[in-house]
Design a protein. Structure first.
Length: 190
């Protein structure tokens, strides 16, 4: 029965949110036909938790209510914060940045208006921005169909290092591209 602890550990590790004892019991019963008591599951969880108390591990098993999850130990939060912040910045596509800029300047704005301005479907960009919590749903329009309205969130300010939306550059401060299609460049053939 030692392998049961490994399966419990795998369940806790793989769960995208804290997992309850009942969920662990149900899964083990379905897979192995074992009806483990709450006490038996808790005993196995305590064994697992005691293994990860060791300083050689960067994570630990945490209980929150009647649920369990692996979390990074506090000593490593600063390192992970830098990593995750840099990872988030790298992942914004041009389409997401265009969509985000429209939302920032026009908020609150509906998806229909975003698509009218951009000229393309914005479903994917809006979904990614919502996942990154750079935008949020701020309500519903009073127009036909009562579409959702989007606005920037608190993480938007942190992401761009500004204190408020008033710190955004004014549209007149943007430089036009120096060249447009068909104009000559300064490079000449020799």
């Amino acid at each position: 029965m030692e392998y049961i602890s490994q399966h419990i550990e795998a369940l806790i590790f793989a769960a995208d949110q804290p997992i309850s004892i009942e969920d662990i019991q149900g899964c083990l019963e379905e897979v192995f036909g074992l009806a483990l008591s709450e006490e038996e599951v808790m005993s196995r969880i305590e064994e697992i938790s005691n293994r990860f108390v060791n300083e050689s591990f960067a994570f630990e098993l945490i209980q929150s209510g009647n649920c369990f999850q692996f979390l990074t130990k506090p000593a490593f939060h600063g390192t992970l914060n830098v990593f995750l912040r840099n990872k988030t910045r790298k992942k914004l596509s041009k389409a997401s940045l265009e969509t985000l800029s429209i939302i920032a300047y026009k908020q609150p704005v509906s998806k229909l208006e975003l698509e009218r301005i951009r000229g393309v479907n914005c479903d994917y960009a809006v979904q990614k921005l919502l996942e990154k919590e750079l935008i949020l749903i701020s309500g519903r329009s009073e127009g036909p169909g009562r579409p959702l309205l989007y606005a920037t969130g608190e993480k938007f300010l942190h992401y761009f290092g500004i204190n408020s939306l008033k710190d955004l550059p004014l549209p007149k401060e943007f430089k036009e591209h120096e060249f447009t299609a068909g104009e000559e460049s300064d490079f000449s053939e020799n």
